[in-house]
Write a protein that binds this ligand. Structure first.
Ligand code: B4P
Length: 191
């Protein structure tokens, strides 16, 4: 089975593109953001604890998302592989994912990184706030904090993956369909 990471700052289009790519390549789409929001909507104890962290634009603890992903990997069958969206977000999560996959005879095959200008990120997230009702989209200072957290805690994964030869940058500016075509061109080299 093949494993792709779709990577980029908040608002870079990870979630948007993942839905289309998972369908095209018969991949299981695993979004930790969606899993956490499902916990909040269901009103679970975990959801209540994570809601405050997420509304500030901070990352939830590594062990919470690692456990969620491990459960999903073990309970997902019948696809060509996995598309990880919004996970990993720290180098520690990356190492945990590698260990999980290696233990199951898999590896991270490619990291597709969407490059988008800062002003475009903010514009997209403010536009989404109108529809999503997500508290982390409504407040411009929370959006800026999410971008800062990405730079300090998440971006270092790029160097880690570059050294492993799996880093593939993709221009994330333009229409959703143009970006989908660029991502597909990169993925076609591996599937
Ligand atoms: P996520 O759900 O991953 O949210 P995100 O980073 O904002 O990205 P998202 O996928 O939603 O946005 P997208 O770029 O697709 O995480 C939310 C929070 O959960 C995090 O801040 C953190 O607190 C927590 N969390 C999640 N995973 C975690 C982890 N592993 N560890 C710790 N904490 C974790 O798109 C944004 C918008 O842009 C959309 O409205 C879309 O319609 C629009 N758009 C996309 N492409 C476009 C284009 N080409 N042109 C115009 N608009 C476009």
């Amino acid at each position: 089975m093949i494993s792709f990471l779709i990577f980029g700052p908040p608002g870079s289009g990870k979630g948007t593109q993942s839905v289309k790519l998972a369908e095209k390549y018969n991949l299981i789409h695993l979004s930790t953001g969606d899993m956490l929001r499902a916990e909040i909507t269901a009103g679970t104890e975990l959801g209540k604890k994570m809601s405050l962290i997420m509304s500030k634009g901070e990352l939830v603890p590594d062990e919470v998302v690692i456990e969620m992903i491990a459960f999903k990997i073990d309970n997902s069958k019948g696809s060509a592989g996995f598309l990880f969206d919004g996970f990993p977000r720290t180098v520690a999560q990356t190492i945990a994912l590698e260990n999980m996959l290696n233990g199951r005879g898999m590896k991270i095959d490619s990291m597709l990184v969407l490059d988008v200008d800062h002003d475009e990120l903010v514009k997209r997230l403010i536009a989404r706030a109108e529809l999503s009702g997500r508290p982390d989209d409504k407040d411009p200072s929370v959006i800026e904090n999410r971008i800062d957290v990405y730079k300090s805690k998440t971006e270092p994964i790029i160097n880690y993956c570059r050294e492993k030869g799996i880093y593939q940058p993709v221009n994330g500016m333009g229409t959703i369909n143009d970006i989908f075509k660029r991502l597909s061109d990169s993925m076609n080299k591996l599937v």
